[in-house]
Write a protein that binds this ligand. Structure first.
Ligand SMILES: [Zn+2]
Length: 83
């Protein structure tokens, strides 16, 4: 199992998806992904996770206020109206 290249492919999966690997580095990993269903599955999970994180970052930028700050503001409003 350990000699099939899965360890190396999965260890470099995020870098590959972010385009941080040069062609020389990514070629053997891409080759392995094409022949390994287990790593293809791992890759699709990584792509979904990357998408979720990217979307969350975009939404946060659009709203201009981080969630923590908004919560603090809402808590402050509640305290004022209660007092
Ligand atoms: Zn594999």
């Amino acid at each position: 199992m350990s000699d099939c290249g899965c360890d190396e492919a999965q260890a470099n999966l995020y870098e590959l998806l972010r385009g941080e690997l040069c062609a020389e580095e990514s070629a053997p990993i891409r080759e392995h992904l094409e022949t390994c269903p287990g790593c293809q599955n791992e890759q699709s999970v990584c792509i979904q996770l990357t998408e979720v994180v990217r979307r969350a970052c975009e939404e946060e930028r659009e709203n201009c206020a981080p969630v923590d700050l908004r919560d603090a503001i809402l808590r402050g409003l509640r305290v004022e109206s209660a007092g």
